[in-house]
Design a protein around this ligand. Sequence first.
Ligand SMILES: [Zn+2]
Length: 180
Amino acid sequence: MLKNKKQKEIIDRICENQSCDEIGIYPAPKSREKLNEYFYFCIDHVKDFNKSWNYFEGLNAEELEIEIRKAVTWDRPSWKFGTMPINQNFQKAFDFFDQQKNKVKNQVKNKKLDESFKVLGINQDSTLKEVKTRYKVLAKKWHPDAQQNIKNEINKDKFVIISNAYKIIIKSFTESKKNK
Ligand SMILES: [Zn+2]
């Protein structure tokens, strides 16, 4: 039913060309602004129309750039090509990227600091003096020279791990001092 009605509509259309009585079954957009509205032509006249119809006709250079940009960004221009300094947009993107990078960097740094406090077995809000005292005790205990009778790799590793943790904590103290 529906199909027949549609077919009838098509047959009722006459080619848009003034001097033509053929049935107009080939659509062609009316204008660049009205791409969803069509003229209907016969096969010969739609070919003529396509030949003469230039989509980009009458555009100035800037409008042409916008049309091209629309085409390459699937009709979602992020900025108007040629009307805004492009560098500004790139700069924004880079700034955002840097921010994200620093965020991740800080997260890694904080995690390392957390682990360092755990290695020394002390509280996060210990004072610098407390950290130093704790390190002295642990370093003395695990120093390779103090382990003469238990010479094994695990002890050496333990001393290195403690020393690294201590360095990270001391560094965080000097950095927070700088920030104040
Ligand atoms: Zn025609």
